[in-house]
Write a protein that binds this ligand. Structure first.
Ligand code: ATP
Ligand code: ZN
Ligand code: MG
Length: 289
């Protein structure tokens, strides 16, 4: 099937998001349960974070300067009574559905752009006595140049498994976790290649961090069918440890994460095996039925 627009369990919205039910919701739950099973092999501590993350925290790693094109902000009206009155008394919407904002209140937050940032903020200023193994699933928001159902959405779910520790601990974690993911992929029979990638920096040629990633690659993607990155393995070195003052063994901590884009995994399963659970890999179907 060439697109998901006709899938009976899926609805794609104009604003780059999807709703799903039935078999697709089962697939979502089952995939995430599989990622959690991998996380549990590290005894990863599961967290649930808020949707917003403070801009001042993300800017500690220059997020706003590096990825301004991806950011989504929660906006509220200035609470001044006159301002609210002006807003409600004039027609609040244009004919094209655009909200005609009056004065807006200061914006101090972003909608979460990637799940693992929450962990570095959470542990900032701490001294670790042992490596941390963590996991969370976050609804993530990214302004993209275009949207496509499941494959490129304004909001989507990202499951991450994260390690914070020494360089050796983090590298051992990434290696073992990648093996577990490879086994899961092999069990499904999914067509995945592992490819070196770089993060999509704004103005990459002017960004020293992009040039650094070119010289010392630290991101490997699980790529379906030669084009769709359904997940990534990322070694951050001590970048977050330094920015958030996390110490381990007398030094800034190292960190790394394994990220899964849950909707993209759903897209890959449907593209390769078909729209319904009857033709999905036995390993999945068995658990669903
Ligand atoms: P791409 O270059 O394909 O946009 P990315 O490098 O921006 O991917 P990451 O920042 O590594 O992606 O995010 C982790 C995972 O989240 C990706 O591997 C992908 O599976 C998923 N993902 C990223 N952006 C989107 C999106 N807009 N819609 C759905 N899933 C996404
Ligand atoms: Zn991450
Ligand atoms: Mg992207």
């Amino acid at each position: 099937m060439s697109d998901f627009l006709t899938h009976p369990d899926l609805r794609f919205h104009e604003n780059g998001q999807t709703s799903f039910q039935g078999d697709l919701l089962k697939l979502f739950r089952l995939l995430d349960a599989s990622f959690l099973r991998i996380a549990s092999q590290f005894n990863a501590n599961e967290h649930r974070f808020p949707i917003f993350i403070p801009a001042k925290e993300l800017q500690k790693v220059h997020y706003l300067s590096s990825f301004p094109h991806l950011a989504t902000f929660p906006v509220t009206l200035d609470s001044d009574a006159k301002n609210l009155e002006t807003f409600s008394n004039s027609e609040p919407l244009s004919s094209g559905g655009e909200v005609k904002l009056t004065k807006i209140a200061p914006i101090k937050d972003l909608l979460t752009p990637a799940a693992c940032y929450h962990f570095y903020v959470h542990h900032q200023g701490s001294t670790l006595t042992g490596p941390l193994y963590l996991t969370t699933r976050a609804r993530c928001f990214r302004r993209e140049a275009y949207y496509a159902p499941l494959e490129r959405q304004w909001s989507f779910h990202m499951r991450e498994i994260v390690c914070v520790g020494t360089s050796d601990e983090v590298q051992a974690f990434l290696e073992t976790c990648r093996k577990r993911v490879e086994e899961f992929i092999a069990g499904l029979g999914l067509k995945i290649e592992w490819l070196i990638a770089t993060d999509p920096f704004f103005n990459p040629s002017k960004n020293p961090k992009f040039l650094m990633q070119k010289l010392q690659p630290n991101k490997t993607e699980m790529v379906f069918d030669g084009k769709l990155a359904i997940g990534s393995v990322n070694f951050h070195r001590n970048y977050f440890g330094e920015a958030f003052a996390i110490q381990k063994s007398g030094q800034e901590a190292y960190s790394g994460c394994v990220a899964f884009g849950v909707e993209r995994w759903m897209a890959a399963i449907i593209r390769q095996f078909g729209p319904g659970k009857r033709t999905w890999p036995g390993a999945l179907a068995k658990e669903i039925l």
